[in-house]
Design a protein around this ligand. Sequence first.
Ligand SMILES: Cc1cc2nc3c(=O)[nH]c(=O)nc-3n(C[C@H](O)[C@H](O)[C@H](O)COP(=O)(O)OP(=O)(O)OC[C@H]3O[C@@H](n4cnc5c(N)ncnc54)[C@H](O)[C@@H]3O)c2cc1C
Length: 406
Amino acid sequence: MPNTNFNTTCCIVGAGPAGMMLGLLLARSGIQVTVLEQHTDFFRDFRGDTIHPSTLQLIYELGILPDFLRLPHQKTYQLRGYIENNPITIADFSKLQVQCPYIAFMPQWNFLDFLKQQAQQYPNFNLIMSCDAYDLLKNTDQICGIKAKTATSEIVINADLVIAADGRHSTIRDCSGLEVIDIGAPMDVLWFRLSHQEKDPNETFGKFIAGKIIIAISRGDYWQCGYVIPKGDATILQQQNIQDFRNKIVNALPFFSNRVQELKTWDDVKLLTVKIDRLKQWYLPGLLCIGDAAHAMSPVGGVGINLAIQDAVAAANILITPLKTKSVTLKTLAAVQQRRELAVKIIQKIQMLVQSKVIFKVLHKDEPIQIPWLIRQIQKLPVTRQFIGKLIGMGIRPEHIANEKS
Ligand SMILES: Cc1cc2nc3c(=O)[nH]c(=O)nc-3n(C[C@H](O)[C@H](O)[C@H](O)COP(=O)(O)OP(=O)(O)OC[C@H]3O[C@@H](n4cnc5c(N)ncnc54)[C@H](O)[C@@H]3O)c2cc1C
């Protein structure tokens, strides 16, 4: 296999939300940046479609909001759900003091493609698709690059700084030996699509009934659905006839009865395993982990993309000058963890609470669910819905673009 060897200032592994946003911000400030992505395109397994108000605000600060809003998306001003057949509103984004007080639902591949197009306007941005990073390059006291391969060549990339943004199953973090705190999650999610029909409700919602939680995201001409199951139950379920699964779906959402046959075999249903973990320390000399590679998020609240983007912005704000002056130190990298860690810890704590107090209980219940006291109070007091909207929509310590355009 032929060898390719080149130098870059910053090598980012992973073109997910964290990697692409950081790539764009570094390229925009004139830094030579190389992003490696193992897939040929952005059409990956479903990993969430939610672009939160805080991310939309960053897109606005970058001056690219009108281009972004021209892409097909659905706006959600409130997060709604049903407990049995009782409608509830959990979060209200509409009063947020931002450019876009709503969640924009957009397929993640469109969002990543958009970031790619923006980044490729800068000649110093280099994206290599179908490129699998498999090891770190080290000299005596410092990580100094990446070993990767494509179908046709071995690539060695020498870099002043390596960023691991390669997600929940990060190879780079495994290679680094950094210590992972595994928090775990009591559930997994089965994802599937069903067609959207004319008389369907045009909203995104979650439905909670005894023993079942189903999320239905209206994507225009189809529904992207998530069926939450207790951790490990997928193997048992998938040994049963697909008709049993279809029945469970219809039992939760009867309006799917006329199309549930679209799930022909278990191949039409994808298992996505849920985990929560985080690194004790996000960095080593020459290496920084961000996004899910530093802290895998549960889908609860749909905040993982947002946190990954916030990490990328914090990292860019802190790293741009030291990268330009070749003065990145351990202290610089520690500053990124320091800036983001509290927000991550708080959100993970909330996700764990929701997983154990709500999701676990609902999945193991066999009689109709009563609306809990807390949810009843939230229905009575609009201000509580706005508070939850702010927490989900803006996160903790929202970042802003430091305007270092070259
Ligand atoms: C079932 C499920 C549903 C979710 N739903 C939502 C939601 O609705 N909203 C939300 O905000 N979050 C959601 N999340 C969480 C969200 O997907 C993640 O938090 C977010 O994608 C993290 O972004 P990232 O850029 O850090 O990592 P990722 O999005 O995982 O991106 C990592 C990238 O690195 C690439 N890569 C991996 N290894 C290598 C390698 N060795 N070499 C080169 N490239 C590599 C991958 O192909 C990928 O493109 C969900 C998660 C799950 C599991």
